[in-house]
Design a binder for this molecule. Structure first.
Ligand code: NAP
Ligand code: HSE
Length: 435
């Protein structure tokens, strides 16, 4: 393979991440070039509106609103996609790969929905498609799964991979804040988007988990395969009760490989408060990967933000540039799909935390236990919390031994029919971690 005397970059997007990437690529000290052995040039930047004021001084000739100015430029070796969304990012990356250009993307939505077909196209085109920034911002996790941990059979991946919800849950847990107040605070600090749906409903975390599970288990896990529950039903008192029981509550992304398939789910989860993941607070992210050779390995850091994310994007650019500069090329690894099925949520067996408001009178607990017993759900603990003498109700907090999700959902329907049950306040799954 001929050696490149220089490496030319085309950047798609100049927003939060693109600006941070451009700033480093335009750094006159040329320190990136030193690290690759050949000069790296930012040749063109695609934006929607070239007249928009920019926070970074950009030579005007670099800006274009025409994707072909990058995709059809034979001098451009590497396309960096930081536009976001599925379209037109998919079409642009597809065109770049077909034109024999290497691609780096930060786009979790696209990689979760269309990653396997784009990765296959990269292999067919003899180029690389790298996506470190798509999960965990500045935390190296995609690279370690692709390279450093590749000799392992990965058994479990646990992730706190959405900073916005982790900030909200930390405020609720540590300060007793209401969900709405904690969300407003996250928005005021610029962590949560004005429309926070993708974060608080677990959509962003499900995209990231689909990417991690696919890499970890060498199988196709689609975003739509991931079971997902958001955080908006949690109340400050759930955190208090969980704490009394010895747990923290996190929006946990969980992927496990068993003999009969893969589990992939994102939902609020009680985790023992003494495990490392329980101490991951605020906007920080962490991913714990358990390999058969390594045992658990923990990755922790800033999961978003312009500089951390640009670190991941630029690391991928450097990896490709080094291959081009040395003439070794950068062949994409083959795409392996072991075809494991993703198990339905109804197959799950786990422990549960259940908060119920019920009539405060003799025999009520027996009725509730009876419903659970009929579904073969064994109660591990019951605590009676606040009572309301005016309404004549009490709040009951139960935990169960490992039980089937299918049975639990059936029991919930039965409980809702009981005249003594006023409200099923919350059902949260418990992960013992390491069991
Ligand atoms: P952003 O601030 O909204 O920036 C998007 C950029 O893309 C803008 O410069 C926009 O142009 C350009 N763009 C969008 N659609 C376009 C189109 N159809 N044609 C031409 N240009 C278009 O987004 P971001 O926050 O930087 O995120 C970029 C990607 O990084 C996303 O995939 C995101 O999920 C991922 N990511 C972000 C973070 C983070 O902390 N922000 C962290 C990890 C991963 P204009 O400037 O002209 O509007
Ligand atoms: N919205 C995401 C978060 C950051 O809150 O973690 C981008 O992945």
């Amino acid at each position: 393979m001929p050696k490149n005397s220089q490496v030319n970059i085309g950047l798609l997007g100049l927003g939060v991440v693109g600006t941070a990437v451009a700033q480093v690529l335009l750094d006159p000290s040329g320190f990136l070039s030193e690290r690759t052995g050949s000069p790296i040039f930012l040749r063109r930047i695609l934006v929607r509106d070239i007249t928009k004021p920019r926070s970074l001084e950009i030579p005007s000739e670099l800006l274009t609103a025409d994707p072909d100015a990058i995709l059809a430029d034979p001098e451009i070796d590497v396309v960096v996609e930081v536009m976001g969304g599925e379209h037109p990012a998919f079409e642009n990356i597809e065109a770049a790969l077909r034109a024999g250009k290497h691609v780096v993307t930060a786009n979790k939505e696209l990689m979760a929905k269309r990653g396997p077909e784009l990765l296959s196209l990269a292999v067919d085109s003899g180029v690389q498609l790298l996506f470190e920034a798509s999960v965990g911002g500045g935390i190296p996790i995609v690279g370690p799964l692709r390279k450093d941990l590749q000799a392992n059979e990965i058994e479990v991946v646990y992730g706190i991979i959405n900073g916005t919800t982790n900030y909200i849950l930390t405020r609720m847990g540590q300060e007793g804040a209401d969900f709405q107040d904690a969300l407003a605070e996250a928005q005021a600090k610029g962590y949560a988007e004005p429309d926070p749906t993708a974060d608080i409903e677990g959509i962003d975390a499900a995209f990231k988990l689909a990417i991690l599970a696919s890499l970890a288990f060498h199988t196709r896990v689609r975003a739509t395969d991931v079971y997902r529950e958001g955080v908006s039903k949690l109340k400050a008192r759930d955190f208090r009760y969980a704490e009394e029981l010895g747990y923290a509550i996190k929006l946990l992304a969980i992927a496990k490989k068993g003999l009969d398939g893969v589990e992939a789910r994102v939902h609020p989860t009680l985790i023992p408060k003494d495990v490392l993941l329980a101490k991951v607070d605020g906007v920080f992210n962490a991913v714990e990967v358990t390999g058969d050779l390594t045992g658990p390995v923990l990755f922790y850091g800033r999961g978003a933000g312009p500089q951390p994310t640009s670190s991941a994007v630029l690391a991928n650019v450097l990896e490709i540039a080094r291959g081009l500069a040395s003439g070794d090329g950068s062949p994409a690894p083959p795409v392996v799909d072991r075809g494991f099925p993703v198990k339905p949520m109804s197959d799950l067996v786990t422990r549960y935390y259940l908060r119920i408001t019920a009539t405060d009178s003799a025999g009520v607990l027996a009725k509730i236990s009876h419903v659970l017993g009929d579904e073969n759900i064994s109660v591990a603990s019951v605590i009676q919390k606040e009572t309301d003498p005016v309404e004549g109700t009490a709040e009951l907090v139960l935990t169960t031994h490992p039980s089937s999700e299918k049975a639990m959902q059936k029991a919930l329907e039965e409980l809702e029919r009981l005249d003594v049950v006023w409200e099923i306040g919350n059902l949260v799954r418990i992960e013992q971690m390491g069991d």
